[in-house]
Design a protein around this ligand. Structure first.
Ligand SMILES: *Cc1c(COP(=O)(O)O)cnc(C)c1O
Length: 477
């Protein structure tokens, strides 16, 4: 074999030798994921197999275009991969290939959405999506009084629909009457923080009144949709987009499904494919497409439904335990993987509880709750059970998690009182200082870590002695 010149030596080294710093950061992050409780509703833990595919030789290949119609040579195996991935996507969502097609190249959910808008409507056409403070996503047309925030409001005219403040459910009637004035070309449904299911039939009726397209963005719930434990958007929508890394448990990417049985359906297929490439993206990330294919195989397997049912059952257990501790939840519970916890009756903000969560190893995010006065200080916390369910946790475990959360809130209240002001800065000072409550924070962290570490983390080999502590992680962590 030819000898390796200096400038190529690094190419042949494993990461731990080639780059100690990056290797150490990855080890520290694995340690954090193993030690803590991951309750971010948009996160999940992908499989070892997906991570392997994601870090494979496929990362080297350019393949602009579609299978059998590429701009580059050398794509025979890449074509096989993309065709397999498309077939698995249709299978995982129980779709008839005569009625639905799919593009598996989007880099992520946001890019999938922008490509879908590019395919469906013209610049400055009107679209409606659920407002961000009501649980919608940035890419569904979000803007503020002062600023158009995302491309979906910069390049299109958008108008939000909302929740019914009484029921905190989607106000379908309000949406229908606003649509009569606004006359959208596209209605987007789907959300990032909505604990209940969607009435797709009702939305279809409204879309039909105006000859509008109906698109579902099931980024959060796609794993549950594939398992058929939620309503089926494919029955009523023209286009369905999703991320692949949330409940679907794959690598970070997006998918766009499009109908093939509409009038001018060929046109829609062509428009979606051309919107992804060349309109919005360049070469596909083939390593990621391999990871998607691996995840979709799992999502189409007979055990997937059990996972999805467990995710929902865990979310219900978490919700009911929080309610029995006296807390208020938006819509009082959940149909899916997430719980929206309204903290306003406690007098705490989402930011403060998120902060103490970080200190005790519980990862959560502040979130607006229905009726919040200010978007800057959200009054709630969003919780999701996809990741903990992937760590084998069941209902009883989620009740323990709810008790950890209860203690986190009680500690936050105590710290807020001691801080003597409402400022986050004073709050953090007390929580991390030489105080009794800071000691209680540390104690809770020890308990959370011990609990979390008794469950496995996909991709991590934990020996009988536990995991070797990476350099840079303090002894008491
Ligand atoms: C997460 C999410 C997205 C965006 O996904 P990214 O991969 O972060 O770009 C889009 N839509 C909804 C509803 C989401 O929840």
């Amino acid at each position: 074999m030819a000898s390796t010149p200096d400038y190529n030596k690094d190419l042949y080294l494993p990461l731990a030798q080639a780059d100690e710093e990056v290797h150490n950061i990855i080890e520290k992050e694995a340690w954090r994921q193993w030690s803590g409780l991951e309750l971010i509703a948009s996160e999940n833990l992908t499989s070892r197999a997906t991570m392997e595919a994601n870090g494979s030789f496929l990362t080297n290949k350019y393949s602009e275009g579609l299978p059998a119609a590429r701009y580059y040579g050398g794509n025979e195996w890449i074509d096989e991969l993309e065709i397999l991935c498309r077939k698995r996507a249709l299978e995982a969502f129980h779709l008839d290939p005569a009625k639905w097609g799919v593009n598996v190249q989007p880099y992520s959910g946001s890019t999938a959405n922008f490509a879908a808008l590019t395919a469906l409507i013209q610049p400055q056409d009107r679209l409606m999506g659920l407002g961000l403070p009501d649980g919608g996503h940035l890419t569904h047309g979000y803007y503020t009084a002062k600023k158009k925030i995302t491309a979906s409001s910069i390049y299109f005219q958008s108008f939000p629909y909302a929740l019914d403040p009484k029921t905190q459910l989607i106000d379908y009637e309000g949406l229908a009457s606003q649509a009569r004035i606004f006359k959208p070309r596209l209605i987007i449904c789907g959300a990032s923080a909505y604990p209940r299911d969607w009435d797709y039939a009702d939305l279809r009726k409204t879309a039909n009144e105006h000859g509008a397209f109906l698109m579902a963005d099931i980024a959060h719930t796609s794993g549950l949709v594939a398992a058929q434990v939620l309503n089926n958007p494919f029955e009523y929508c023209d286009v369905v987009t999703t991320t692949t890394h949330k409940t679907l448990r794959g690598p970070r990417a997006g998918l766009i499904f499009f109908r093939k049985d509409l009038q001018n359906a060929e046109d829609l297929e062509k428009r979606v494919n051309e919107a992804v490439f060349p309109a919005c993206q360049g070469g596909p990330h083939n390593n990621t497409i391999a990871g998607i294919a691996v995840a979709l195989k799992q999502a189409a397997s007979p055990t997937w439904k059990k996972y999805a049912l467990q995710v929902v059952s865990n979310a219900k257990a978490l919700a009911s335990e929080l309610v029995s501790c006296g807390y208020k939840l938006q819509t009082e519970g959940t149909d899916n993987h997430l719980v929206l916890w309204d903290l306003r009756p406690t007098g705490l903000t989402g930011s403060k509880v998120e902060k103490i969560g970080d200190l005790v190893g519980i990862t959560i995010n502040k979130n607006a709750v229905s009726g919040d006065k200010s978007a800057q200080t959200p009054g709630g916390i969003r919780l999701g059970t996809s990741a903990l369910t992937s760590r084998n946790m069941l209902e009883e475990d989620h009740k323990k998690v709810a008790q950890f959360l209860h203690r986190t809130v009680q500690l936050s209240l105590q710290i807020q009182k001691e801080a003597g002001s409402k400022l986050l800065k004073d709050f953090v000072r007390v929580a991390t200082g030489e105080t009794e409550s800071a000691k209680a924070v540390k104690q809770l962290k020890q308990e959370v870590h011990a609990f979390a570490r008794s469950f496995p983390l996909p991709g991590l080999d934990v020996g009988p002695q536990g995991l070797k502590r990476p350099a840079g992680i303090p002894e008491d962590d």
